[in-house]
Design a protein around this ligand. Structure first.
Ligand code: ZN
Length: 441
């Protein structure tokens, strides 16, 4: 056991001993028990306590593992066993200091309550939703007034058969937090949101070989909009305003989606949203990085780079993917079609975002048409010339782009639906500078 791991035990013993021995003496005692007697930390603690006349060690949270109900967790347990049912399970790969790692997170509960959990070493762990498990040697923390259960390298998961646990419904409702739509991001858990239905349509899908109808569309408030899917028929209509309690959030490539599942309550409310800009919501890059992505977001910034793969490119006529050397990974040898696009890096002072600009907007921003690009490429005998000529026409320009934003390991990326150069009044700026200089003389 290293020193760092000993600190909580040390602090705890100090508290229980209440000044009976000083720190040096306690350190010496611990060293004797652990390194000379080779006993476990728990045995060492009990031994030292007995020696100094402290009989009751039940107040130790770090003592021998104790079992607790979810509702009794305090958020400071260092070694606790919890038997509970999984309400929700999510397995994902994350990058920690450059290494890929599998973590499993979700919610477990029993009759006394529910709490979120994270299994930090999830490589060889399989959890089923709705099953009962013993979470062994867990530790807990408190975050935003909620207890979180963690399982580290010393933790263990054991499936438990033959017992029944009814998870209390009440606490799941309390878990749901009120949010503005524009603030919703992956990992917020259950939410309560209010908004106006911008669009809704019924789609027939197959779930586990059963036909099902899902009602999906867009809901918005004055902070943003989000795609929703309702798995029951709430009779949702375009233009009406609703409050959705207990919806859950799933994200696809950083774009959060609102799911109205079985635990969800939908009620009609008075519309208090006023004018909702259904076309776009303006955000800074820092905001976007915080939420991960979203629909129809507008960003204004300076183009700081034009990445490779910009200019005149070749696409597979079958799948539209960009190709090199007339070879598509799916369709083999092809006769490519030519297209124009830009991969921009835009910086707004709060951060940088990649933006993919289509042919039409590339022409609008640079003045270069697809025909002109083809002509230039033919004249020079290479297509790369177009990207090179394009760079000085767009770099350092201030532009506004609008589109859907996704996120991956490389950060946020926008598929641009519309783009505009922000006109800076050069003469006015020059005049202002001149006046400033004159005033300073
Ligand atoms: Zn193809």
């Amino acid at each position: 056991m290293n020193t760092e791991e000993l600190i909580p035990h040390f602090e705890e013993m100090k508290k229980v001993l209440n000044g009976k021995i000083d720190d040096d003496q306690l350190r010496k005692e611990l060293d004797t028990y652990l390194n000379a007697y080779h006993v476990t930390i728990e045995a060492a603690k009990r031994g030292i306590m007995r020696k100094y006349g402290v009989g009751d060690t039940s107040s130790f949270v770090t003592a021998n593992t104790i079992s607790k109900k979810v509702g009794d967790l305090k958020g400071n347990e260092m070694n606790v066993d919890i038997t509970a049912k999984t309400v929700y399970v999510d397995k994902k790969e994350i990058t920690v200091r450059g290494n890929q790692k599998i973590i499993i997170s979700g919610i477990i509960g029993d009759e006394t309550g529910t709490a979120p959990f994270t299994i930090w070493e999830g490589e060889n762990v399989e959890l089923e939703k709705g099953e009962i498990y013993l979470f062994k040697n867990a530790y807990t923390k408190k975050w935003n007034d909620r207890v979180q259960i963690n399982l580290g390298s010393r933790g263990k998961i054991e499936p438990i058969k033959d017992i029944k646990i009814d998870v209390t419904e009440k606490t799941i409702t309390i878990d749901s937090q009120d949010m503005k739509i524009g603030d919703i991001h992956d990992g917020v858990g259950n939410v309560t949101v209010s908004g106006r239905i911008i669009s809704v349509e019924a789609r027939n899908i197959i779930v586990k070989e059963e036909p099902k109808v899902v009602y999906s569309g867009i809901i918005a408030d004055n902070s943003g909009k989000i795609q929703f899917s309702a798995w029951n028929d709430y009779g949702l209509k375009e233009g009406e305003s609703i409050c959705v309690k207990n919806a859950y959030i799933r994200a696809w490539r950083g774009i959060p989606q609102l799911n109205l599942g079985d635990k969800c309550e939908v009620s009609r409310i008075d519309d208090s949203f006023g004018q909702i800009d259904a076309t776009a919501s303006k955000k800074t890059v820092a905001d976007i990085i915080k939420i991960g992505g979203g629909l129809d977001i507008s960003v204004t910034g300076t183009v700081v780079d034009l990445r490779t793969g910009s200019g005149l490119i070749k696409r597979c006529p079958e799948c539209n993917r960009s190709v090199l050397n007339d070879q598509c990974t799916t369709h083999g040898q092809i006769t490519p079609v030519l297209d124009l696009r830009m991969k921009l890096v835009i910086d707004d002072g709060t951060g940088a975002i990649s933006a993919i600009v289509n042919c039409e907007d590339t022409t609008k921003l640079t003045g270069i048409t697809l025909e002109a690009a083809k002509g230039l490429a033919q004249a020079k005998g290479e297509i790369e010339v177009v990207g090179r000529d394009m760079a000085p026409l767009i770099i350092m320009k201030k532009i506004t782009v609008t589109g859907n934003v996704m996120s991956d390991d490389y950060g946020p990326m926008m598929i641009v639906k519309s783009a505009n150069i922000e006109k800076t009044d050069v003469i006015a700026e020059a005049e202002k500078l001149y006046n400033d200089v004159e005033a300073a003389l």
